[in-house]
Design a protein around this ligand. Structure first.
Ligand SMILES: Cc1cc2nc3c(=O)[nH]c(=O)nc-3n(C[C@H](O)[C@H](O)[C@H](O)COP(=O)(O)OP(=O)(O)OC[C@H]3O[C@@H](n4cnc5c(N)ncnc54)[C@H](O)[C@@H]3O)c2cc1C
Length: 313
């Protein structure tokens, strides 16, 4: 399974495989399971539906590794537009619906000025979120971007202290980053990590990643910030609940997060128990990288996907 996961994550980075997959008659049902649509209206309607079920959401306009400035500006504009649409629909009240931003989509990879460009664009997205009375979380990408992303986070938080960070438990450095970020007002999403990383920087085995997740969750839940436990792993959800009790954290002083289309019954069950549950809702045309990472996490979906690749339409 690890070999398959490795191959899928490698494919997620390959331009050749991307061309093949995108042009193949991939069953829409497989992609649709994880991505509710391509347009702003699809995103707003998915959020309205989830909020109607007692959940909260964070929207991701799909796209990453933008290599030209025009595209980076278009992503910024898409975020501004969706924030306005969510606000108009009354969905941002109390931060019920916020946005997640990949800095590589707004220019971080654009050469020596990339970090500055991404900061400017992220700043404009934050201004849009502030106008809509909601928040922004900066997604975390591969380990080569971690320092740059955390530095942009620090800059943004000077003006917008509610900007959230993501830390990936699989990186050796993350336990230290959790200590640094477990302070008052700090919103931190803890996830296992979804990229193909070398053993020089990240734990390779599932067991080691799970144990690291627990150590990081302990630090965040004992700290003064607002932990956002992003996982579908039933054992880690139970541990999150136990840590809340142990640290005398009332419901609402932390939240659980899961991806759109993954364990939806569990999302609703936790919400019915009074937990804040935020669903990460990706939308847009550029679904390839996101979709391949989801396949890598769930090899059971691969057979279905491969059959759809060879099905003639
Ligand atoms: C809200 C949210 C935001 C995230 N943001 C980031 C980010 O910014 N950067 C980053 O690197 N990663 C991010 N991730 C992805 C994360 O790092 C993991 O890759 C992903 O969540 C799978 O890990 P898991 O904790 O769910 O545990 P796993 O051990 O992968 O899964 C536990 C169980 O969940 C179910 N499950 C998991 N994945 C799937 C799937 N694709 N289809 C069906 N069932 C599944 C299965 O029952 C599985 O046994 C995010 C995840 C979430 C939930």
């Amino acid at each position: 399974m690890d070999v398959l996961r490795e191959a899928l994550l490698q494919a997620a980075e390959s331009k050749q495989v991307r061309g093949l997959v995108e042009s193949a008659p991939v069953s829409r049902a497989v992609v649709r399971r994880y991505v509710p649509g391509t347009a702003t209206e699809d995103a707003v309607s998915a959020c309205a539906d989830l909020i109607g079920q007692g959940l909260t959401t964070t929207l991701d306009h799909l796209g990453e590794d933008t290599t030209d400035i025009t595209q980076a500006r278009a992503v910024r504009d898409a975020y501004r537009a969706v924030l306005e649409a969510l606000s108009d629909a009354g969905l941002t009240l109390g931060g019920r619906c916020e946005v997640s931003v990949k800095l590589s989509a707004v220019g971080q990879a654009l050469g020596p000025d990339g970090e500055k460009i991404a900061l400017e664009h992220a700043h404009e997205i934050c201004a849009g979120a502030a106008a809509a009375e909601t928040t922004v979380t900066l997604d975390m990408e591969d380990h080569t971007t971690t320092d740059s992303t955390l530095s942009i986070l620090r800059e943004l938080r000077r003006e917008y202290p509610w900007v959230g960070a993501v830390l990936q438990a699989y990186l050796y450095r993350t336990e230290g980053d959790c200590v640094d970020l477990a302070n008052e007002g700090s919103r931190v999403r803890l996830c296992k990590g979804a990229y193909r990383e070398p053993e020089s920087v990240a734990y390779a085995s599932k067991r080691d990643v799970d144990l690291a997740y627990v150590r990081c969750a302990r630090t965040l839940m004992a700290g003064k910030g607002y932990p956002m436990l992003a996982t579908h792993d039933p054992r880690l959800v139970d541990i999150g609940n136990a840590l809340a009790v142990q640290n005398k954290r009332p419901q609402g002083s932390y939240e659980f997060q899961m991806l759109y289309g993954i364990r939806p019954n569990e999302q609703r069950r936790l919400a019915a128990d009074g937990e804040t549950v935020r669903v990460y809702v990706p939308y847009g045309e550029d679904w390839y990288g996101y979709f391949m990472r989801r396949l890598a996490e769930r090899p059971a979906n691969v057979g279905f996907f491969l059959r759809s690749l060879v099905t003639k339409k």
